[in-house]
Structure formats: structure tokens, C-alpha cells
Write a new protein. Structure first.
Length: 207
């Protein structure tokens, strides 16, 4: 699947709770976005970085990525970055998407998700948490989703989970909790760095 998979790191948010500049913030001396890039790289032919506009400080990271994308709907959250990337895909390509603040994504979990996704005619694939709710990122998304996502954003909605609920159930892979949990018992793949204090928690897992 690597030959047709493109990694996408979403870094277009303003990160107000964090204090801004999240993707550039060092964890063990390496920017958060590059931790995510390292996790996705073994599964992708190239990695793209999604930003809200050319004025973001994170533009400095452009030399590390194959392509930089700007949000089609600035200020509309992660779905805006996802739509911009879907619009650039060929019909045979797939996005493996994560956010810039998920530095502890576990490769075995990604491998399981990709293998399961490849087994059916899915448009979107992601893990379900213990309550059965989607964890949209990391996730896999095909270009067939473009029209649905654009309509969702044009209607003024931003919720990722609400958008996923509107998709045809037979086209969605929700990897059950019991399938991925043995591969990531601490659920590190879904740990988001929302506050500065969260960096300390991430560092403890890396020690």
C-alpha cells in the first residue's frame, strides 16, 4: 500500500490552548511535527504538511516535506486541511492522516489499520475508542470523500465525527477497540499535546 499512500500532517490550527507554534515545539530536541512524520514515513511514498496560510511560523518546516498545502477553508479546523489534500490526490492514492500533536503514534497500530483498510472497499478507516466512538486521526481517507467533506464544510459544520456519521456505513472501517488495543495498550497513538504540560507526559513515555 506504500506505493499509493501519502502521509498528511495537519498543522493548520492556531493552538490557542497551547500558546501557538505547536508543530515547531521541541520534544526531546525534535519538533513535534517531525515525530509524527517519522511514524508515518515507513508506510508512505511521501509526506505532506497542511497549514492554514503561508504566514504560519511552521512554514519553516517546508524543507522536511514533499509538499506544503494551504487550507481551502481557513479557520474551519482539521477538516479544512483534509479537504485541501483530498483535492490534490489522484484516484488511486490514499491519505494517511495525523495531527502535528500526536508524537507517540505506534507503527504496529498503523500497520494493523492499513492492513484492515486494504481488505475492503473502504473510503475512510480509523480506530474506535473504548466507548465505540471514532478516533479520526491517525486515519485513512480516499479521494471519494471530497464531495461529502466539501458539503459538510460549506454548511458551516466543523465536527469530524459528525461528518463521519453521515458517510455510507459500508464504506467506513471502524477498527474495534479490541483489535488495536493489544498493539498500543497505553493508547499513545491518540495522545494529543494540547497544553504545555502534556509535553512532560510525552517525555516520560520516551524515556
Amino acid at each position: 500500500m506504500q506505493s499509493q499512500t501519502i502521509g498528511l500532517i495537519l498543522a493548520g490550527g492556531e493552538a490557542r490552548r497551547f500558546g501557538g507554534g505547536k508543530a515547531l515545539t521541541p520534544l526531546k530536541g525534535k519538533p513535534l511535527a517531525l515525530w509524527v512524520k517519522a511514524a508515518l514515513e515507513p508506510f508512505c511514498k511521501e509526506i505532506w504538511l497542511s497549514l492554514r496560510d503561508p504566514h504560519q511560523p511552521e512554514v519553516i518546516l517546508k524543507t522536511y516535506f514533499t509538499r506544503i498545502l494551504w487550507d481551502s477553508f481557513p479557520g474551519k479546523g482539521p477538516l479544512a486541511g483534509l479537504l485541501s489534500a483530498l483535492q490534490k490526490l489522484s484516484s488511486r492514492e490514499i491519505l494517511l492522516v495525523a495531527t502535528c500533536d500526536q508524537p507517540l503514534i505506534q507503527p504496529p497500530l498503523l500497520a494493523k489499520l492499513i492492513t484492515s483498510f486494504s481488505s475492503g472497499p473502504y473510503w475512510a478507516g480509523f480506530c474506535l475508542n473504548r466507548e465505540g466512538l471514532p478516533e479520526p486521526f491517525p486515519g485513512l481517507y480516499r479521494p471519494e470523500l471530497q464531495n461529502s467533506l466539501e458539503k459538510h464544510l460549506l454548511s458551516g459544520k466543523r465536527s469530524v465525527r459528525r461528518w463521519l456519521k453521515k458517510l455510507p456505513p459500508q464504506k467506513i472501517l471502524g477498527l474495534p477497540f479490541e483489535s488495536w488495543y493489544p498493539l498500543d495498550r497505553e493508547a499513545l497513538s491518540f495522545l494529543n499535546i494540547n497544553y504545555r504540560e502534556d509535553l512532560c507526559q510525552a517525555e516520560r513515555f520516551l524515556d
